[in-house]
Design a protein around this ligand. Structure first.
Ligand code: ZN
Length: 234
């Protein structure tokens, strides 16, 4: 096991792309893992390959560190959960105050599966884009949840795993700023053009912040963050 090797939970979205860049500036070896959990819009998974290719092309020093990309099939998750991310239904809040885009336990499962893979690949650090700020109401994105899980996984696998969440206290404007800090205009361009965030899987409408329907909660967060980041720059 190496604490200089990281495995990044990489979906092809804005947050995990910035986390991947973060990892590539800190670790000497970086592998990526994506999860197919029956997302009704698989467009995010298609974006993964493009983002990886573009990052390798634009940053030769990162290319040298990028190792294997893994995909894991977690399709049972959609069979056992009723959610707007895995069913074609409207996005709304449920009676408990959670949006129906919430897939119960999703991030917990992601980390446990990633740890099992990291164990085999010798990667002691797992990196995820979970975030408490701009809080979408997902209890499995909270720092306490992630860090107590890291303890459980370390005990249960008898390996000292570290779960890193560089965006935990960063808002969406800060995520754009981080992309610029880590990779300059070239990375901002990749994030804008090739990462996907929209819950509806819309790649037909291009805005200054990238592609999306423009009015689902994910697009609203991304657009709003972009606007605030841009305002702070000028
Ligand atoms: Zn959208």
């Amino acid at each position: 096991m190496s604490n200089d090797k990281a495995l990044v939970l990489f979906s092809g979205g804005q947050d995990s792309t910035v986390c991947l860049a973060w990892a590539l500036t800190r670790y000497s070896e970086v592998e990526t893992v994506g999860f197919d959990y029956g997302q009704s819009h698989a467009v995010e998974l298609e974006c993964r390959k493009t983002v990886l290719e573009k990052m390798a092309e634009a940053f030769p020093s990162w290319k040298a560190k990028l190792g294997a990309d893994h995909m894991m099939n977690l399709r049972e998750l959609s069979a056992i959960s009723e959610t707007a991310l895995t069913r074609d239904v409207a996005i709304e809040m449920d009676e408990s105050g959670l949006p129906n885009t919430f897939v119960p336990g999703r991030n917990l499962l992601f980390f446990v599966y990633a740890a099992a893979l990291g164990y085999r690949r010798g990667a002691q650090t797992l990196v995820g884009g979970m975030c408490e700020t701009d809080y979408s109401g997902y209890p499995d994105c909270r720092n306490d949840t992630i860090q107590t899980l890291a303890q459980s996984v370390s005990l249960g696998m008898a390996r000292p795993f570290a779960f890193e969440t560089p965006l935990m206290y960063v808002d969406k404007a800060g995520t754009w700023a981080m992309a610029e800090d880590l990779g300059g205009e070239k990375l901002v361009e990749i994030v804008t053009e090739d990462t996907h965030t929209c819950y509806r899987g819309d790649r037909a409408h291009r805005h200054d912040w990238g592609y999306g329907c423009g009015d689902c909660p994910a697009c609203e967060l991304r657009a709003n963050g972009y606007a605030r980041w841009h305002e702070a720059k000028v």
